[in-house]
Write a protein that binds this ligand. Structure first.
Ligand SMILES: Cc1ncc(COP(=O)(O)O)c(C=O)c1O
Length: 442
C-alpha cells in the first residue's frame, strides 16, 4: 500500500529536565526566605535594597573545608586570601583571623592589607604592575614577591645593586597545564625557556635569593589533574635552578582557581553534579608533590583561592521595581540591582530565588536591572510566577568579584552587611550617596 507523504517537521526543543540539548530556562522554585537565620525582608528593611549579604560562618566553613583537605595530606600549607575577590576589610579580617595570608596584585591592595595590620611578611605580592617604590617597600618589609616580566627583573636587579644583603624574590610562571586558554600573559613561560632565562638573570646576582615559584593557571578549573601537572612543571623548574645556582625554593605557590558552586553558563548539569570536591584537588596536588619533590624537601605550599571560599558566602537581595509584558508577549521584571553590581552575571547563570511562597504558574520571564541600558539583563528567561511590586528576590553565590568589580554607573552601589557567627550584624560598607559619586570632583 502506498504511504502518504508526511513533510519533515522541526520541533523546538523544550527545556524539560532530561533533555540535555535544550536551552535551560531555569526553575527558581527554591525558596530563600532567610540567610543565616535572618529573614531577608528584615535585612532589606534595616539596610535598604539592593543589599549584599555575607555570612561569616559559611565563609569560615569554606576555608576550613579546603584547609582540612590539604592539611591532612601535606604540611606546611598556607592559604592566602586573594584580595581582589573581595577586599572589604570585614571580609579580609575573617580570613586573616583564621591564619590566611594576603594575596595582593597592586599598590592599592598592598596598602590596604598593611593598613589592616597585615605585616609585610604575610603578604604575597603578585600582578603585572608594581612600581619601583612598591617593589622597594615590599622587599624591605619582607613580602613574598613574584616577579611578572623582564622589565620588573631589571627593576629588582637595580634594587639589588644598591642592597647590602640578599633579597628574597620569586617568579610567576605561565604554562600549558591542559587548561584552555592558557593564561600566558602573566609571568614567564615554562615551555619556551623564558622562565629559565628570568631565573638566570636574577640568580646570577649576588644579592638575589630565590624564595619560590608561582603559577595561576586560570579560574574555575574543573580538572584537578591540571594542578598535578602544574606542580610537576614548577618543581622541574625549581630543581633546574637548584642544580645551577645551588638555591632551594622555600615555597611553591599554586595560585587560586578552585571552582565555586555558582553555575557556569553553558554547562547543562548543575554544579552539585560536576564540581570535584576539595579532596580531589588536594590528592592530585599532593600525589604530584610526592612524585616530584626531592628527598627531604618540604616547601611551603601556598594556595591563593578566591571564589571557592567566598562565592557561596555572599547573596544579593534585590526588589522588584516594575513588571511589564513585552510586545512579543514575554514577561519582563525590572529589579533594583543590575549588571553594574553583578559583574559575574557575565559568565555565571544567576539563580534568582524567590523569598516568599507563590501559588500558580511560572512563566519564562526576562529579568532586568534598573539601568537605562539594553545590556542590563540579569537573566534572559528565568522561570518566575507573577511577582508583586516590592517583592524581594535573593541571588545566591555572588560573594566573589561582584563587590570589588561593581561600579557607580547611573546608580550608586549598595550596602554590604556581614552576618556574624555570634548572631550580630555588621554593616561593613554603607550604601553610597551622591557625595560618594562626586568625591574628588573639582
Ligand atoms: C594571581 C591570582 N591568584 C589568585 C586568584 C584568585 O582566583 P580564584 O578566584 O579563581 O580562586 C587570582 C584571580 O584572578 C589571581 O590572578
Amino acid at each position: 500500500m502506498q504511504k502518504t507523504f508526511e513533510p519533515p517537521r522541526l520541533d523546538l526543543l523544550s527545556g524539560q529536565p532530561g533533555n540535555p540539548h535544550a536551552r535551560r530556562t531555569g526553575a527558581s522554585r527554591a525558596l530563600i526566605s532567610e540567610i543565616a537565620g535572618v529573614p531577608v525582608r528584615e535585612l532589606t528593611e534595616r539596610y535598604g535594597s539592593p543589599l549584599f549579604v555575607y555570612d561569616e560562618a559559611e565563609l569560615k566553613r569554606n576555608l576550613f573545608r579546603w584547609k582540612q583537605a590539604f592539611e591532612t595530606l601535606y604540611q606546611p600549607v598556607r592559604f592566602a586570601w586573594s584580595y581582589k575577590t573581595c577586599y572589604l576589610r570585614g571580609i579580609c579580617q575573617c580570613f586573616h583571623e583564621e591564619g590566611s595570608l594576603a594575596e595582593v596584585v597592586s599598590e592599592m591592595e598592598y596598602h590596604k592589607a598593611r593598613k589592616s595590620g597585615v605585616p609585610g611578611k604575610n603578604i604575597i605580592l603578585n600582578g603585572p604592575h608594581k612600581s619601583q617604590i612598591l617593589l622597594r617597600e615590599a622587599l624591605k618589609e619582607g613580602a613574598i614577591l613574584h616577579i611578572d616580566h623582564f622589565d620588573e627583573v631589571d627593576d629588582v636587579l637595580a634594587i639589588a645593586d644598591e642592597s647590602d644583603h640578599k633579597l628574597k624574590v620569586g617568579i610567576r610562571v605561565n604554562m600549558d597545564a591542559g587548561i584552555q586558554p592558557v593564561w600566558s600573559r602573566f609571568g614567564f613561560n615554562f615551555e619556551n625557556g623564558e622562565a629559565q632565562q628570568a631565573l638566570t638573570q636574577l640568580l646570577r646576582h649576588p644579592h638575589i635569593q630565590l624564595s619560590g615559584v608561582h603559577c595561576h593557571i586560570g579560574t574555575y578549573i574543573l580538572d584537578p589533574q591540571a594542578y598535578a601537572l602544574m606542580t610537576q612543571k614548577l618543581l622541574t623548574l625549581a630543581y633546574w635552578a637548584e642544580d645551577r645556582f645551588d638555591q632551594r625554593i622555600e615555597h611553591l605557590d599554586l595560585g587560586g582557581g578552585f571552582p565555586s558552586p555558582a553555575r557556569l553558563k553553558g554547562i547543562y548539569h548543575s554544579p552539585e553534579v560536576y564540581l570535584p570536591p576539595p579532596s580531589e584537588y588536594a590528592e592530585a596536588i599532593v600525589n604530584s608533590l610526592q612524585a616530584n619533590l626531592r628527598p627531604g624537601h618540604l616547601p611551603q605550599l601556598l594556595l591563593e583561592s578566591g571564589r571557592a571560599l567566598v562565592d557561596s558566602a555572599g547573596w544579593l537581595l534585590s526588589s522588584v521595581l516594575a513588571r511589564k509584558v513585552m510586545p512579543d508577549g514575554r514577561d519582563l521584571v525590572v529589579m533594583d540591582a543590575g549588571v553594574n553590581v553583578l559583574y559575574t552575571a557575565t559568565w555565571y547563570e544567576i539563580q534568582a530565588s524567590l523569598t516568599q511562597k507563590h501559588e500558580g504558574e511560572f512563566h519564562s520571564t526576562q529579568l532586568v536591572g534598573p539601568l537605562c541600558m539594553n545590556i542590563d539583563v540579569l537573566h534572559p528567561e528565568w522561570m518566575l510566577p507573577a511577582l508583586e511590586r516590592g517583592e524581594i528576590l535573593c541571588i545566591p553565590n555572588v560573594g566573589a568579584y561582584n563587590v570589588t568589580q561593581s561600579m557607580q554607573f547611573i546608580v550608586t552601589r549598595p550596602a554590604v552587611v556581614l552576618l556574624r557567627e555570634d548572631g550580630s550584624e555588621d554593616l561593613i560598607r554603607r550604601a553610597e550617596t551622591l557625595s560618594d559619586v562626586e568625591m574628588g570632583e573639582g
